[in-house]
Design a protein. Structure first.
Length: 143
């Protein structure tokens, strides 16, 4: 079983990208081509990171791909729990709402899959010992 989950995109992320258009247009108006290049690079890089960030449940592994920053592979059997978090720590998650903290031994990662209930259900299907809050469990989303 190989399932790919995209990262949820949040309103704040979109607002920041749109806000970057203001200095971009100002730089264009003032013929500041270096400014245009820098701001365009930042916008394009942010868009690239969104599309290059995804989570794969593949066999016994959770693979978190983070664009040019590589991939992080977490064995599903090592995952002890998943919990909702409001943590704003840097993470391969593009939404403030719907963030999940995946605990695997000493490793912890914050992600934001588009369909968190299905994501958790897929992980729990591989490892039924994963502690998942009721509102994300298969019982609450699929009955």
């Amino acid at each position: 079983m190989r399932k790919i989950y995209r990262s949820k995109i949040g309103t704040l992320y979109i607002v920041v990208l749109c806000a970057l258009l203001i200095p971009l247009f100002a730089a264009l108006y003032h013929d500041d081509y270096i400014g245009v290049a820098i701001i365009s690079f930042i916008i394009l890089f942010a868009i690239y990171l969104y599309f290059a960030t995804y989570y794969i449940v593949d066999g016994g592994n959770l693979i978190v791909a983070i664009g040019i920053f590589g991939k992080r592979i977490i064995p599903v059997k090592d995952i002890s729990g998943i919990s909702a978090t409001g943590s704003l720590l840097s993470a391969p998650a593009f939404s403030i709402n719907g963030r999940l903290q995946v605990e695997a031994g000493k490793n912890s990662i914050v992600i934001s899959p588009i369909r968190p209930e299905a994501f958790c259900a897929d992980l729990q299907e591989i490892n039924p010992e994963i502690a998942i809050p009721f509102f994300l469990s298969k019982k609450s989303c699929c009955d």
